[in-house]
Design a protein around this ligand. Structure first.
Ligand SMILES: Cc1cc2nc3c(=O)[nH]c(=O)nc-3n(C[C@H](O)[C@H](O)[C@H](O)COP(=O)(O)OP(=O)(O)OC[C@H]3O[C@@H](n4cnc5c(N)ncnc54)[C@H](O)[C@@H]3O)c2cc1C
Length: 438
């Protein structure tokens, strides 16, 4: 049987290797950290958590919690080790980081199917079945080869993400649909501001705290067209009204006039449940972002499914590069897993390693690959990153806005906990049915 090459012994690569080994498939696991550092990792151990020691919620009515339960349903190996390394953290699932990566490293080292190679990979050989799981801090030489493999326009090195919100929570007594100069169908949602509201918004913005960049990110240059909103604001009180908040061409039907300023929201997913704030890429602390967004008329009670971030992050344009099986469209031998696919977070990285590992095993055995149902959180995530027609693709973490919608009466829809419980039960049922059929 063919051997599989895995590039990167992080969260995704470790889970993928252990999944393949469970299927008695031999793996060469390449990890460069003995020789070269990423700048963020501190050890040479496998599956190191680079920052916080929390994987977020384990509650099944939380999107990230559901993803963890799905991994358990799919026999994820790292989830077992998470439980073995758990430390008390209220509702969150937090671990002793060192114990966790020690345990993963032992498991990998003692596995007869996994051969560890401490080396920086600088080539992609598309004759070899390979999972690329080299993470957000992929080494420069490998990044260059990935660029050659997938094509010039499909690899990014920096996130500049605007916040994304749930449409259902927008107040349409204030917000309205309209395109600038009334062109085409009314695709944009507009949140109008009068002078006083704008001044209040501006005051909150310039007084908000920013997240400090890490040392390996300090040299990052922002494109002028992609400047953080706080940087534009720092150039003067009026700059936003001539930039992302310009009201020109947006005549409000209710008054017959243009407003003083307008925040525009653009559709973010196919089912139109999510919208992003146009021009709002930001590096503000999350608490400040929340206060700022909730100060916008129409968004006072809005659910924020992802906050804006700006940080170093190597990721591919998965909608153009990958199938929902995580196999590359260009060459069946090549799979991608982890944060490099455009999912974000520890839990999401492990989950995509799990799926890539399972699918690579099926590929090696000549079986059909798995495409998970979009009623599941992992299925929804892989569909989001591979099928959606994004105006500009940006990484995402698990959230309820991406999961296949469900018909519910108004009262149940308004009860968030109950709604999420129904969605979570549906997901586990779908997953059980799906795995029984295989
Ligand atoms: C600074 C930072 C902080 C983060 N903090 C959090 C957080 O607190 N919570 C959260 O949920 N998520 C966080 N993330 C996001 C994400 O969850 C983690 O980065 C996660 O580790 C990604 O998993 P991965 O398997 O895709 O990549 P990694 O875990 O980074 O694994 C990739 C591995 O590939 C290796 N590698 C790279 N290039 C090569 C090469 N050419 N040859 C051989 N090996 C190579 C690297 O050394 C690394 O071990 C953070 C990311 C960064 C960059």
């Amino acid at each position: 049987m063919k051997k599989v090459k895995i590039i990167g012994g992080g969260l995704a690569g470790s889970e993928a290797a252990l999944q393949l080994a469970k299927e008695n498939i031999y793996v060469d696991l390449y990890e460069m950290r003995d020789i070269k550092t990423t700048g963020a990792h501190k050890t040479n151990k496998f599956a190191e958590f680079v920052c916080s020691n929390s994987l977020g919620s384990y509650d099944i009515t939380n999107a990230s919690g559901l993803l963890k339960h799905e991994m358990e349903e799919l026999d994820g190996v790292l989830m077992n080790i998470v439980h073995e390394s758990k430390v008390p953290a209220g509702g969150a699932l937090a671990i002793d980081r060192e114990l966790f990566s020690e345990k993963v490293t032992n498991l990998i080292q003692n596995n007869p199917f996994i051969n560890i190679i401490r080396e920086e990979v600088t080539e992609i050989n598309d004759d070899e079945p390979t999972i690329i799981a080299s993470g957000p801090l992929t080494s420069d030489l490998l990044a260059k080869k990935i660029l050659d493999f997938i094509g010039e326009d499909y690899l990014y090195f920096f996130d500049a993400i605007a916040p994304i919100i749930e449409k259902e929570s927008i107040n349409f007594d204030k917000a309205f649909y309209l395109n600038r100069y009334n062109k085409g169908t009314a695709d944009y949602i507009n949140c109008p501001m009068n002078k006083e509201e704008y001044e209040n918004f501006y005051k909150i913005l310039i007084n908000s705290e920013r997240i400090e960049l890490k040392s390996f990110e300090k040299n990052a240059k922002f494109f002028e067209s992609c400047l953080p909103i706080e940087v534009i604001a720092s150039r003067g009180e009026e700059t936003l009204r001539f930039g992302p908040l310009k009201p020109v061409g947006l005549v409000d039907d209710r008054t017959g006039k243009e407003n003083y300023a307008v925040v525009q929201l653009r559709q973010d997913n196919k089912s139109a449940s999510l919208y992003n704030l146009v021009g709002f890429q930001t590096n503000l602390k999350w608490g400040c972002q929340k206060e700022l967004i909730h100060s916008i008329p129409g968004l006072e009670n809005v659910n924020i499914v992802r906050y804006g971030v700006m940080h170093r992050n190597t990721f591919i344009n998965s909608p153009k590069v990958l199938n929902a099986t995580l196999q590359s469209r260009k060459n069946k031998n090549i799979f991608f897993a982890g944060q490099i696919t455009g999912t974000e977070g520890y839990t999401e990285s492990i989950a995509s390693g799990l799926l890539a590992g399972k699918n690579m095993a099926r590929y090696i055995k000549g079986q059909d690959l798995i495409e998970l149902p979009s009623e599941t959180m992992l299925g929804a995530l892989t569909h989001y990153i591979t099928f959606e027609e994004h105006s500009s693709f940006q990484p995402i973490n698990s959230n309820w806005g991406i999961i296949a919608p469900i018909e519910l009466d108004k009262k149940t829809r308004k009860n968030k906990k109950l709604k999420n419980e129904i969605l979570a039960n549906r997901s586990i049922e779908a997953l059980k049915k799906f795995t029984q059929q295989r």
